[in-house]
Ligand binder design. Structure first.
Ligand code: ATP
Ligand code: MG
Length: 560
C-alpha cells in the first residue's frame, strides 16, 4: 500500500496494533491473521472502510493475511449483488484478500457438527418454547432469567430433535437450539443464547440444503477458528458478546483459539451509517441508488470522485478508539481535498455563464495561452487554453452595483482573466425584463499572460472560457444529505434530510482540454472546487460531479 501524506509523523501504534505487535514479539503467533466479515445485505459504507483499513492494514503491516469472509448466515436478506459490490469496494480501496475469500455458509456442515458436539456434552438443548416465551424468560438487566421447562431434556432427546429439525420435520419456530450456560448470568448474552433456528428459506449459496440456520453469535467464533484467525476485530457493541465467544471457543473442538478485540465504530456528523437506514434511503428514492454521490457508501464516495488514498488517509487520521465518538465529516472532506490538491489537474470551467464581448479584440482572431496543469508540479505538464473575442465568465463574478467588499468585475472596473489579459467592463446589455444577458469589455494587449508591464494589479482574477471553444457540461453540485449535525436521530431520521442536497446545472461551460476525459477523471476547476467525470458521461455529453469545494471547513474547525 502506498502512503499518501508526507507530513504524517511516524505512526504511533493504536491499542490493537500494540496487541498484535506484542503477540508477534512474544511468539504467541508466528503470523497474524485477521478477517473482514461483512454480511452481504447492503453496500459497504465509510464505517466499513474503517474496519477494512484496520483489518487489511494490520495484516499488511505485520506480514500477515486478512480474509474476506461473507457472514451469510441469514438466508432471507442476502443477495449476490451485495456480495459483488463488497468485493469491488474492498479491491477499490486497495486491498487484496488473495485466495482467502470465504463464506460462513461454507462451514454449515462443520457448524452443525459443533452443535451436536455441544448437545452430546450436555451444553446445548432443544427448546420448544415460542419466541415470545423465550423472550419473557430471558429476564432483564436487573432481573435474572428463568430456566425453560425444556432445559432438562436428555442428550438423546436433544440429539433426536435436533436431527429432525435438520431433516425438515418441523415448521419455522417449532424449536430452537440453545446453549446451556446460565440463566442467572448478569450478562444476558450468557442466558442460554439461541444457536440455531428453523428457517424454511432458500439460501443464496446453499440453496435448499438447509432449513436450520446458525445465529451470528454461534457461527462467528468457530468460523474464525476454522480460518485460524488470530485477532478477531469487531465493533464495541460486541463487547458483551465476548464471554459467549470465549465460551464457544473453550467448549468446541475447534482447531485454533482466536481472540476478539473491540474498537469504537466510526460515526460521522451529518451522516447516517446503518445499512438498514441506507437501504431505506434507496428504497424510498430519497437518493438515486446505493452509489448516489451523496451516500456515505464506498460506491457513492467513489462516484462522487473520492480517491481510495483519501479514504485510507481518513481512516488513519481517525485512528482506533476504545470509546464511542463522532467524527466531523469535515475531516473526510479535508482528506479528499488534500489528496486532490496534490493530484488533480487544474482547468477552467464556468458553472453559470455570462457572455462577455471584448470589443477591441478582432472578430475571428484567436490565440492560445500555455497554462500549467498543476501550480506546484511541473511534471504535470501544460495545456493550451484558447482565447477569443467572446468569452464566458461566472455570473457571480459581475455586479452592476457592487457593494464595498465586492472586488470582482463591475462597470468601469478592470480585472485579470487568469493567464490571459486584463479586461475592463465598458457596458451592460439587458433583455426587455432588465436581466443582464451580456457584458461589453475592452482588453489591454500589453497585459498578455496576465501581467501588466506598468505593475498594475487588479484586485480580482477571474476564471473564464472562450465561448467558441468551450464544451457544454452538466454539473451536479452536492450539499450534505442531512442538515442535522447528529443525523441519525432514530426512526425519524428521514426528517433530517436536507431538501437542497443536489443542484443540477445544465448549461455549464468547460475549457476544451477536458474533451474525451475518462469516467472518474478528476480536475480542479479553478476557484470552484474539485470535480470528477460522472458515470453518466458519454461521448458528446459531459457530466461532472463536484467532489468537494475548495474551502476548508475542517482547518477552521481544528484551528478554532
Ligand atoms: P450496520 O450497523 O451499518 O448495518 P453492520 O455492522 O451490520 O453494519 P456488517 O456487514 O456486519 O455490518 O459489518 C462488517 C464489519 O464492519 C463488522 O466487523 C463491523 O463491526 C464493521 N463495521 C460496521 N459498521 C462500522 C462502523 N461504523 N465503523 C467501523 N466498523 C464498522
Ligand atoms: Mg452486523
Amino acid at each position: 500500500m502506498t502512503t499518501t501524506t508526507n507530513e504524517a509523523p511516524p505512526r504511533q501504534l493504536d491499542f490493537i496494533r500494540e496487541i498484535v505487535d506484542e503477540d508477534l514479539k512474544s511468539g504467541r503467533y508466528a503470523q497474524v491473521i485477521t478477517r473482514f466479515p461483512p454480511e452481504p445485505n447492503g453496500y459497504l459504507h465509510i464505517g466499513h472502510a474503517k474496519s477494512i483499513c484496520l483489518n487489511f492494514g494490520i495484516a499488511g503491516e505485520f506480514g500477515g493475511v486478512c480474509n474476506l469472509r461473507f457472514d451469510d448466515t441469514n438466508p432471507t436478506k442476502e443477495e449476490e449483488e451485495y456480495a459483488e459490490s463488497i468485493k469491488r469496494d474492498v479491491a477499490w480501496l486497495g486491498f487484496s484478500w488473495g485466495e482467502n475469500l470465504f463464506h460462513a455458509s461454507d462451514y454449515f456442515e462443520q457448524l452443525y457438527g459443533y452443535a451436536e458436539h455441544l448437545i452430546a456434552h450436555g451444553l446445548a438443548y432443544v427448546d420448544s418454547s415460542t419466541a415470545d416465551e423465550i423472550r419473557a424468560m430471558r429476564g432483564t438487566l436487573t432481573e435474572p432469567g428463568k430456566e425453560s421447562p425444556f432445559r432438562g431434556r436428555s442428550v438423546e432427546d436433544n440429539l433426536d430433535l435436533f436431527r429432525r429439525m435438520r431433516a425438515s420435520e418441523f415448521p419455522d419456530g417449532a424449536h430452537v437450539l440453545r446453549a446451556k450456560i446460565d440463566m442467572g448470568s448478569p450478562n444476558i448474552n450468557m442466558r442460554d443464547p439461541v444457536l440455531y433456528r428453523i428457517r424454511h428459506e432458500t439460501h443464496h449459496r446453499t440453496g435448499d440444503a438447509w432449513c436450520i440456520y446458525p445465529l451470528y453469535d454461534f457461527a462467528h467464533p468457530p468460523s474464525d477458528a476454522l480460518e485460524h484467525v488470530t485477532h478477531s476485530i469487531c465493533t464495541l457493541e460486541f463487547e458483551a458478546h465476548r464471554p459467549l465467544y470465549d465460551w464457544l471457543i473453550e467448549n468446541l473442538p475447534v482447531p485454533s483459539r482466536p481472540h476478539q478485540y473491540e474498537f469504537a465504530r466510526l460515526n460521522l456528523t451529518y451522516t447516517v451509517m446503518s445499512k438498514r437506514k441506507l437501504l431505506k434511503l434507496v428504497e424510498e428514492r430519497h437518493v438515486a441508488g446505493w452509489d448516489d454521490p451523496r451516500m456515505p457508501t464506498i460506491a457513492g464516495l467513489r462516484r462522487r470522485g473520492y480517491t481510495p488514498e483519501s479514504i485510507r488517509n481518513f481512516a488513519e487520521r481517525v485512528g482506533v478508539a476504545k470509546r464511542e465518538n463522532i467524527i466531523d465529516v469535515g475531516l473526510l472532506e479535508f482528506c479528499v481535498r488534500e489528496d486532490l490538491n496534490r493530484t488533480a489537474h487544474r482547468v477552467m470551467g464556468v458553472l453559470r455563464p455570462l457572455r462577455v464581448v471584448i470589443e477591441n479584440y478582432a472578430e475571428g482572431q484567436q490565440e492560445e495561452f500555455e497554462s500549467a496543469n498543476h501550480p506546484d508540479d511541473p511534471s504535470a505538464g501544460t495545456r493550451r487554453v484558447p482565447f477569443s473575442r467572446i468569452i464566458y465568465i461566472e455570473r457571480d463574478d459581475f455586479m452592476e452595483e457592487p457593494p464595498k467588499k465586492f472586488f470582482r468585475l463591475a462597470p468601469g472596473r478592470e480585472v485579470r482573466l487568469r493567464s490571459a489579459y486584463f479586461i475592463t467592463c465598458t457596458g451592460v446589455v439587458k433583455d426587455d425584463d432588465g436581466n443582464i444577458i451580456e457584458l461589453r469589455a475592452t482588453y489591454d494587449p500589453a497585459t498578455r499572460g496576465g501581467d501588466s508591464p506598468d505593475g498594475r494589479k487588479p484586485k480580482a482574477t477571474l476564471h473564464w472560457v472562450s465561448a467558441e471553444h468551450a464544451l457544454d457540461a452538466e454539473v451536479r453540485l452536492y450539499d450534505r444529505l442531512f442538515s442535522k449535525e447528529i443525523a441519525d436521530t432514530g426512526d425519524d431520521f428521514l426528517a433530517n434530510i436536507n431538501p437542497r442536497s443536489l443542484e443540477v446545472i445544465e448549461g455549464a461551460k468547460v475549457e476544451p482540454s477536458v474533451a474525451g476525459a475518462q469516467h472518474a477523471a478528476r480536475y480542479q476547476f479553478e476557484r470552484l472546487g474539485y470535480f470528477s467525470v460522472d458515470a453518466d458521461s458519454q461521448p458528446g455529453r459531459l457530466v461532472f460531479n463536484r467532489t468537494v469545494t475548495l474551502k476548508d471547513t475542517w482547518a477552521k474547525v481544528s484551528a478554532g
